[in-house]
Structures are given as structure tokens and as C-alpha cells.
Write a protein that binds this ligand. Structure first.
Ligand code: CA
Length: 425
């Protein structure tokens, strides 16, 4: 998920979502700040050295706290107690592809020909299961298959990190310690409840497990045993995994019958300052000249259907209406590029196409120093970006839109190199 030059992640939401998202990147907007473990801090005569505990000391302290919470000492010993410091976890933490790919590359990768072909085969093979889950939860099979395909390539790539090792490493690293420790304790609860067996607990680097990549707290709160065999097997049982994803979406507010997103075309001279920030009915969007680009599965005159307008690559790129279920999918992974990836794959799996307009592929996005320079320049010119962090979030895009409007440009909040040079000067 994410090349934040384009997507519409909401940092405030991110912070609150850390403990609940099911996706593998629980804190996607945060920049990696990997610390080197200080095993032996410098010792001086005059002032006490600040010495970071060793990984082993941190791990053993975490184990003691787990036992204090009532977890079985033998279980703690073979889970947390067996955790090792794992450099690979932190390397992955520092290199999340969604941060660096242009949105069109991300979406194209999400709905690749291989993923579509495999997905159609999987949907045919598991048609009965998907239909049963759709009946039970109201989430369409093609969306569930899209999540399944994007998260793990239909269960082929579920991650082979030992859950306790990777989460304890993240806890020791400290950048997301509270989150990681909550996940460790939730994982122990999963074992204690009997829902899973300890040996099942393997996943991706940030603790996301199984075919639909649930982190332990999400697993604890939303996973279901769809086939009723007593085990919530998100690794080996398609029904359990897909029903768990559907349950998570339904309990996050999924509305049956409402699409995720639909491509639209806009009239010349359209005021892009309403994009991303304004939610209004489809009927109101139609009054502004917004109309479906191709075979819409929504009614343009619908006064009840609510939507936001997204122009993820600016006014020269595709435009979409994002309906309420788009925001529900943001609960799965809070990045609009991710949700567009799910929707693109899902549409392709049912023979459609989410986006037909071309992307401005010649555009070069900004690197982090440029994003910081952009924020500094906007702020200096009176357009408040609410700080300089090198992340293009809603506040920065609002500042960009204001700058664009004041300079007679389409206020789409999108910046590539040409506009960057104009703003920074
Ligand atoms: Ca089961």
C-alpha cells in the first residue's frame, strides 16, 4: 500500500487503527526508525550511561509480564521465551513496497494477469464455500477473493515468520512496542482459548497470519470457525479464512449491495477541491457533472448512496467514486492504494475492470527529501501542512489544493516533479 504522494491515508485513523487492522502493515504512515541495539553503552565517570537492555533481557521481562497476566509458564517459555532477535523483521519494517511504488504500479501488481488467472481458478474450485460465506455475511465473493489474492496470493504466500519471534523483535525495537506487545499477549490468548494450536502461529513479518493475514488481536476478535471443526484455521481452511475476513468487514460496517468504487468521468473545469474531502450522495455528485465512466453497478441518481471522489494520480489520471465500503476496506489496511488494488482485482475476477482511463505514467513522484521540501515551501508560503514529516497526508494535500487553487491550477492535491519545482521554486 502506498506511495503517499497519491494515497489518502488518514494519520489520525492510523494511530487508532494500529490495534485492529488485519493487514500486515499496522502502522503504514510511520517512517522506519530502526535503532541499533546498544549492547554495551559507553561508561563515563561523571554521568550514568543510558544503557539499552539486551534483547534477551527485554524478552524475559515480556515473558514475566505474560505470566503475571495469568498465562501458563510452560507455554510462555516455549513461545515468548523461545523468541530470537530477528534482523529480517526490521529490514522488512524498513522496506514496505506500498510506500515506494507509484499507485499505478501497485494497482497493476495487485491485479496482475497471473493473480487474475489463479483467482478465477480458485473461485471456481471454492465456489460453494465463497457462495456460503457471501450468503452468511453479505460480502461479495469477488471482493473476498480479491483480499485473499492480494494478501497471500490465495494462500500461497502466508509468511513463515515465527509469530513470537517477529513480534518480540518489533517490541524490542521499540518503535511500535505497545502494539507488538498487545499482539504477543493476544497470540497467547488464542492458544489459551483453544482456537488455535501454538504450532499454527506463523505469519508475515508484522504478525499477520493465514490466508487473509490477520494480526493476533484481529484474529482474537473476528476470526470464525466456519466449518465448525473447533479450530479457527486461517492457514489451511478456505471457509474459515474467507468467513473471518467477511466477518471482519461486516462488523466494520460493510453494507451489502454497495460497491467499493466506480470509475467516473468529470466535466471540463471541474473543481477538484472537493475531491478526497467531501462526502456526498451520488445524486449530488451527478449534479456536479460526475458520471459513470463505464458499466456502473450503481445508480447515478441515487440520493442515498454516499461517496467521496478520488483522483489518486491527479486530474490527468483516473477518477473514482469511493463508496462507504471503500472506507470499510480501509479498516483492513488503511491505504487507499490497497483498497483500489482489492477493487481492481475483484472487478477483474468477475470479468470487469475498475479503471479504464490511462495513468500519467510519465510522472515522477517525490522522494522523501522532496516531500519535506514541499511541506516547508508550502508552509513558508502560508499553506499550513501541519508539520514537516515527509509524508503527504490529508493536511499536506489540503495545502497543495489551496496552493493550486490560488495559482489557477486544478486543485487535485497531486504533485509530481513539474509542479514540485513550481511550488518549491
Ligand atoms: Ca475450522
Amino acid at each position: 500500500m502506498r506511495l503517499f504522494l497519491l494515497s489518502s491515508v488518514l494519520p489520525v485513523f492510523l494511530l487508532s487503527a494500529c490495534a485492529s487492522v488485519a493487514a500486515p502493515d499496522p502502522v503504514p504512515a510511520a517512517e522506519p526508525q530502526v535503532q541499533t541495539p546498544v549492547v554495551q553503552a559507553p561508561v563515563t565517570q561523571s554521568a550514568p550511561a543510558v544503557q539499552r537492555p539486551t534483547f534477551e533481557a527485554y524478552r524475559d521481562g515480556l515473558a514475566r509480564r505474560a505470566i503475571a497476566r495469568g498465562h501458563d509458564a510452560a507455554l510462555v517459555a516455549r513461545t515468548i521465551g523461545a523468541a530470537e532477535y530477528y534482523e529480517r523483521t526490521l529490514k522488512r519494517d524498513a522496506n514496505q513496497p506500498e510506500f515506494t511504488k507509484p499507485v499505478w504500479d501497485y494497482i497493476r501488481g495487485a491485479a496482475s494477469a497471473d493473480r487474475i488467472d489463479r483467482g478465477r481458478a480458485e473461485m471456481a474450485e471454492h465456489a460453494d464455500t465463497l457462495a456460503a460465506v457471501e450468503r452468511a455475511y453479505g460480502v461479495p465473493a469477488h471482493i473476498l477473493a480479491g483480499i485473499w489474492g492480494l494478501e497471500t496470493s490465495y494462500g500461497r504466500i502466508m509468511g513463515d515468520f515465527d509469530l513470537f519471534t517477529t513480534l518480540t523483535t518489533l517490541g524490542y525495537d521499540g518503535r511500535r512496542r505497545d502494539w507488538a506487545e498487545e499482539q504477543v499477549f493476544a497470540a497467547l490468548e488464542l492458544i489459551r482459548s483453544g482456537d488455535v494450536r501454538p504450532e499454527q502461529l506463523r505469519g508475515a513479518w508484522a504478525g499477520a497470519m493465514g490466508m487473509t493475514q490477520f494480526i493476533p488481536t484481529t484474529f482474537r476478535d473476528y476470526a470464525v470457525d466456519f466449518d465448525g471443526d473447533g479450530n479457527k484455521d486461517l492457514w489451511g481452511n478456505e471457509g474459515d479464512a474467507l468467513a473471518s475476513a467477511a466477518n471482519y468487514l461486516t462488523r466494520s460496517g460493510w453494507t451489502p449491495g454497495v460497491p467499493v468504487a466506480g470509475e467516473v468521468v468529470l466535466p471540463d473545469g471541474f473543481d477538484y477541491s472537493v475531491s478526497e474531502v467531501e462526502t456526498m450522495s451520488v445524486a449530488d455528485w451527478a449534479r456536479l457533472g460526475v458520471r459513470p465512466a463505464n458499466g456502473a453497478d450503481w445508480t447515478p441518481g441515487d440520493a442515498r448512496l454516499q461517496a467521496r471522489l478520488l483522483a489518486p494520480a491527479g486530474y490527468r489520471g483516473p477518477k473514482l467514486l469511493a463508496f462507504d465500503n471503500f472506507d470499510v476496506l480501509m479498516r483492513y489496511n488503511p491505504a487507499s492504494a490497497y483498497v483500489m488494488g482489492i477493487a481492481s482485482l475483484g472487478e477483474a475476477l468477475r470479468g470487469g475492470q475498475l479503471v479504464t482511463a490511462g495513468w500519467p505514467e510519465g510522472d515522477m513522484g517525490l522522494n522523501k527529501p522532496q516531500k519535506e521540501a514541499l511541506q516547508q515551501a508550502l508552509t513558508a508560503q502560508g499553506y499550513d501542512t501541519k508539520g514537516v514529516d515527509g509524508l503527504i497526508g490529508p493536511a499536506t494535500r489540503a495545502a497543495i489544493r489551496a496552493w493550486q487553487r490560488d495559482n489557477g491550477l486544478p486543485a487535485d492535491g497531486y504533485v509530481e516533479q513539474t509542479l514540485y519545482r513550481r511550488i518549491v521554486g
